[in-house]
Design a protein around this ligand. Sequence first.
Ligand code: GDP
Length: 301
Amino acid sequence: EKFKTGLEKTRNSFSTKVNDLVKRYRKVDEEFFEELEEILISADVGVHTVMELIDQLKDIARTRNIQDTMELKSAISETLAAMLRKDDEEGALALQNGQMTVILVVGVNGVGKTTTIGKLAHQLKQQGKSVLLAAGDTFRAGAIDQLEVWGERAGVDVIKHQEGADPAAVIFDSVKAAKSRGVDVLLCDTAGRLQNKVNLMNELEKVKRVIEREVPGAPHEVLLVVDATTGQNAMSQAKIFSQATNVTGLVLTKLDGTAKGGIVLGIRHELDIPVKFVGLGEKIDDLQAFDPEQFVYGLFM
Ligand code: GDP
């Protein structure tokens, strides 16, 4: 249900085009595949992903001797879902049993990082976990206050220093507090200024080292948040961050605000980083664990 409403814009533009194509062509031929390719690319599915998909569809059409475009249509969603089903990591956080889980949340300003942390805290609390937030973005004006607002909404505490303080020190104190309170999950916010990339990446590394030193095996997740409405920009951010640090999962936000939700498929397929969550709105429960099948069917239903 959540996928259905959250993906409305993408679905409307996408399935209208595909349905129209299927009606116009009736018979599967080279031109049909060319037009289908264009539709998928315009939904931001990503060129490599589209080419692979089209190749597989051509194979299916040949081996199953499908000539009717209506018949091929169901193979499109099947094939897409199969391409995305790579492992079990999808949609699940690496929560530790009987030990604190530390999650580092990274991403460029404005992508929805703070909102996502709030939504995650809420979701984890609903699962019966105790959660603490670390206000690791000491750079952006208002970031700490904003995290506190989300902390209140979710009913979880925030460990903070002053604006301008050393993020590594905030994280150090947060880990200490989390340990002494025995919390299940520590969610760490980080800065997202991209004006000075090298600086930011160094800062993230320093924060990560503090976590590694204080909690063996941590951080258990490094979640990169990207804004799906920025299309290929989201893709290049994902590349930059994953080169600089070991990103373990992606969160794609604002899917409700774009007709180009196909970006999820492109990023998933081309970067080989599991998509853990998608943001489908601004409210506290508008965060959905990612499920490739449900997602693809959400695009077509
Ligand atoms: P940050 O700078 O990365 O921490 O970004 P924020 O969390 O402040 O979010 C920036 C804006 O995006 C805010 O207005 C949020 O309400 C909005 N936002 C975040 N996630 C979503 C989402 O999934 N859908 C929609 N429509 N808006 C979102």
